[in-house]
Design a protein around this ligand. Structure first.
Ligand code: PMP
Length: 428
């Protein structure tokens, strides 16, 4: 494939944008080479500025569960824009989408919309602290909850890809209030809780981790966390920025039948526009301004275009009774095909999957936490990534990310992908 225009565009971008990108994971720094510049996308495909076509497994890092340029979303945004793009006043559609979201998700009475997953998680822990009157939080190594200070402690995703899981610029004061636990290790969590008795406001977790590759919870881990939280008046915060409206209508809460106290959303909930949200029961949400003292705000929060896109997206998900079954079947097909292809050429690997989230770890050991994810063969991942790109398959340019499967994928697309995996595996 030729990447002439992408290369030229990247050069120009580097002059005026740090690293040439507005979010680090977009750069190909971890895998080498030049990022490809997107020109357009439709359904399961993205087209670059050199007119190469890719089957897309990033899907804007999750939002495009129904495919790119999904018609109901596009027309809702166009129609809305004709009537003004932002008012700084309440609008009816904010209530409509809130009603819909509350009806789809278990155990939440109210929801507040923000502009990103980062904002949702940042606001959720402020609310947890305000509600409990306690200051410390527990997060898990390898989980990513956005780039707010409190979370850049052994963070996953781009933070670990670029070697800054603990970012300079985060003060020691902030860092000391974030305690770090091991994913899938309840004894470690219990020990931290014991050592910090009555000081922990919340435990925040990706209920299915997606930022150290995909790592599902094991052995009732979420249920055990729920019990620890109940025993110590700690709030359980599910960061469902990836899993929300993706693993089930009601997200991981529904899938695992566990109620969290606060739930964070992003990605799918905005249909590809900049939206996040956090939600909880009345009792907790009533602590937020203007009702309560916990301050949280946003000029563009509940923006009409974003709400229109989100409404079209959630309505489609809500009314499609087979969607999650189809996604499960397609992802399982891909899983089986990729495993067969890699086995055929004796490539050591572990594939983790939950619903339509999947990742190939180039490690033969079970991958259950950050340490086991970090043992993957990174050099092999780099070759795999470039091999796949060359075959017209676009996966995330880092071993610490997840493939997001979209319903727009046909079985023919999946077969093309599996054949590409076999071809690339042969030369690894
Ligand atoms: N939480 C999780 C689980 C995420 O995956 C992400 C982004 N990948 C975020 C929070 C932050 O969301 P945003 O990038 O929209 O700020």
């Amino acid at each position: 494939m030729l990447y002439q225009r992408s290369s030229a565009l990247f050069k120009a971008a580097e002059a005026v944008i740090p690293g040439g990108v507005n979010s680090p994971v977009r750069a190909f720094k971890a895998v080498g080479g030049t990022p490809i510049f997107a020109k357009s996308a439709k359904g399961a495909y993205v087209y670059d500025e050199d007119d190469n076509r890719y089957i897309d497994y990033i899907n804007s890092w999750g939002p495009m569960i129904l495919g790119h340029a999904y018609e109901p979303v596009v027309s809702a945004v166009i129609e809305k824009a004709k009537h003004g793009t932002s008012f700084g006043m309440p609008t009816e559609i904010e209530t409509k989408i809130a009603e819909l979201a509350v009806s789809m998700v278990p155990n939440i009475d109210q929801i507040r919309f923000v502009n990103s997953g980062t904002e949702a998680c940042m606001s959720a822990i402020r609310l947890a602290r305000g509600f409990t009157g306690k200051e410390k939080i527990i997060k898990f190594a390898g989980c990513y909850h956005g780039h707010s200070d409190a979370f850049l402690i052994q963070a996953g995703s781009g933070a670990v890809t670029f070697g800054s899981p603990n970012s300079p610029g985060v003060t020691q004061g902030t860092a000391k209030d974030t305690l770090l636990a091991k994913y899938n290790d309840i004894d470690h969590v219990k020990a931290l809780v014991e050592a910090n008795k009555d000081e922990i406001a919340c435990i925040i977790i990706e209920p299915v981790a997606g930022n150290m590759g995909c790592i599902p919870p094991k052995n009732n881990f979420l249920q055990q966390l729920r019990e620890v939280c109940d025993a110590h008046a700690i709030l359980l915060v599910f960061d469902e920025v990836m899993t929300g409206f993706r693993l089930a209508k009601g997200g991981a809460q529904e899938l695992y039948n566990i109620n969290a106290d606060i739930v964070c959303y992003g990605k799918v909930i905005g249909g590809g526009l900049p939206v996040g949200a956090f939600a909880a029961r009345h009792e907790i949400m009533s602590h937020l301004a203007p009702l309560g003292k916990v301050y949280q705000a946003g000029t563009l929060s509940g923006n009409p275009l974003a709400m229109a896109a989100g409404m079209a997206m959630l309505s489609s998900i809500e009314s499609d009774t087979d969607l999650f079954k189809r996604l499960e079947e397609k992802t399982e097909y891909l899983h089986t095909g990729c495993a067969e292809a890699l086995n055929k050429y004796d490539i050591a690997h572990t594939i983790n999957r939950k619903g339509s989230m999947l990742s190939i770890h180039f490690s033969e050991d079970e991958v259950i936490d950050f340490d086991s994810a970090a043992k993957g063969n990174n050099e092999r991942f780099k070759s795999f990534f470039h091999g796949m790109l060359n075959e017209g398959i676009y996966i995330a340019p880092s071993a610490f990310e997840t493939w997001f499967i979209t319903d727009a994928l046909s079985y023919e697309d999946l077969d093309i992908t599996i054949n590409a995996v076999a071809k690339v595996a042969q030369n690894l």
